[in-house]
Design a protein. Structure first.
Length: 186
């Protein structure tokens, strides 16, 4: 998928700013002397205000991006340490497609691969790469957003994560333990 990287063409920041305001963005004037824990919100590097529930806001933004209600090239970066949320809509960012995993399951299914190969869905409607983005199977992430997400490099990594979540030692580590002569009793 790295060979399929694209350069963002940019999108209007206005709809993102309106969304943020509707979802609880507080202006800087309102919070000039506030001592509560808030997260600073930036859009394309401009400090727009603060938000009190960044986790919910980010979750909602990502859901909207995966449904194509927010442009797929919009980058959503949360810096927990700095208490910042940075949203980018600008052009010129290198974005690469990554498969989406929900509940430790790959969203991509065999039918998606078949539809891509055929060029049509089962009902005869056209199916192209962009449909994977619009239907929440892949998402485009820039380098800064990639730093804030968990990425599995292989299907085995995903399977090992599933096993670890259930408290089961991954197969490779079991085999490694058996093969290691230092683990054997003399």
């Amino acid at each position: 998928l790295a060979l399929m990287a694209t350069i963002s063409v940019g999108s209007m920041s206005g709809p993102i700013i309106e969304f943020l305001e509707e979802w609880g963005l507080e202006s800087l004037e309102e919070n000039a002397h506030s001592s509560t824990l808030t997260t600073k919100v930036f859009v394309n590097g401009v400090w727009m205000g603060v938000h009190r529930d960044p986790t919910n806001l980010i979750e909602t933004l990502k859901k909207l991006r995966r449904k194509d209600d927010v442009h797929p090239e919009v980058s959503i970066v949360r810096d927990i340490r700095e208490r910042e949320l940075r949203v980018y809509t600008d052009p010129g960012r290198v974005c690469r497609p990554l498969f989406i995993v929900e509940d430790q399951q790959l969203v991509l299914q065999k039918k998606h691969v078949r539809w891509l190969t055929q060029g049509t869905m089962d009902d005869g409607e056209d199916f192209k790469w962009q449909h994977l983005t619009k239907s929440g199977v892949i998402e485009l992430l820039d380098a800064e957003e990639e730093e804030t997400v968990m990425i599995c490099m292989t299907p085995e990594d995903l399977e090992n994560a599933r096993l670890a979540a259930r408290g089961i030692l991954p197969t490779k580590e079991k085999e490694k333990g058996k093969e290691d002569p230092e683990d054997e009793d003399p």
